[in-house]
Ligand binder design. Structure first.
Ligand SMILES: Nc1nc2c(ncn2[C@@H]2O[C@H](COP(=O)(O)OP(=O)(O)OP(=O)(O)O)[C@@H](O)[C@H]2O)c(=O)[nH]1
Ligand SMILES: [Mg+2]
Length: 236
């Protein structure tokens, strides 16, 4: 599977952003290299830095759309991803962070697996490079276990890392769920895939791609205590 021989015109990469001027330009050029002819939707919640200008000045081979959510009534990572999926015009999409923590050189694997008819392909962290505090590690571990448990008791599809924000899927599976049950997602939250799995009752064919997660090199984390609280509340 060489990147150069593959056509990614059936693939949209969705990137939720809030002040990612330090990494967004590099990420777009990495996507251009790793997924030629793909589309990108930058779903931005009103960045006050140069994220918009950098995105709009891009003039390369992939189609980049800036979805400006600045004036929307509801803001948040989850609602930004859902709105981008509704705008997606390709059968397949991938959601990844804008801060380069999700490695663009794995994009081809997600695309390949969707073409093999998997419904959901998730990124599974095999290692975290850089320093994560003990609290962050513990929080991540507990959140994962509780998330799995919450899906298990509801008899929903289980996946390796239910907390991941790095995942790919098929537009046609998501659109009806978003159109009919958007209010069941925690729109302000961070766990869009987990919310989806909690809602979705049919059997899904799932697999994962392993990757090494970097700690943030640029910009600032937007995770707040409120976001973490919203997640724990959503479990039950
Ligand atoms: N549209 C939108 N994007 C957001 C929002 N909050 C965060 N993001 C973006 O979502 C992605 C993930 O957010 P991060 O702050 O990196 O969260 P994280 O990766 O769990 O935390 P760190 O490891 O500290 O980076 C980044 O691309 C952010 O810019 C939001 O409210 N709206
Ligand atoms: Mg991050």
């Amino acid at each position: 599977m060489t990147t150069s021989s593959v056509d990614y015109s059936d693939f949209t990469i969705i990137i939720p952003t809030l002040n990612e001027e330090k990494s967004i330009g590099k990420l777009i050029s990495e996507i251009e290299k790793n997924a030629p002819k793909s589309s990108i939707i930058i779903s931005d919640d009103g960045s006050s830095d140069k994220t918009k200008e950098i995105t709009e000045s891009y003039d390369g081979d992939v189609k980049v759309n800036f979805l400006n959510r600045k004036e929307e009534k509801s803001h948040g990572l989850t609602v930004s991803v859902l709105d981008a999926i509704l705008k997606c015009s390709t059968p397949y999409f991938l959601v990844m962070d804008g801060d380069l923590q999700h490695p663009p050189n794995t994009i081809s694997q997600f695309h390949f697996l969707l073409q093999q008819n998997y419904d959901i392909v998730t990124g599974k962290r095999i290692e975290v490079i850089g320093r994560w505090s003990i609290q962050r590690k513990l929080m991540s571990y507990v959140a994962r276990i509780l998330g799995k448990f919450a899906l298990l008791i509801r008899r929903r599809n289980l996946i390796k890392d239910v907390m991941t924000g790095f995942f790919a899927s098929k537009r046609d599976i998501w659109i009806p769920v978003i159109q009919e049950q958007k209010n069941k997602f925690i729109l302000e939250g961070y766990k869009v895939l987990f919310d989806f799995l909690k809602i979705y009752k049919r059997k899904l064919k799932t697999t994962h791609v392993e990757y090494v997660f970097g700690t943030r090199d640029y910009g600032e984390s937007k995770i707040s205590k409120r976001i973490i609280w919203l997640y724990f509340k959503s479990l039950f």
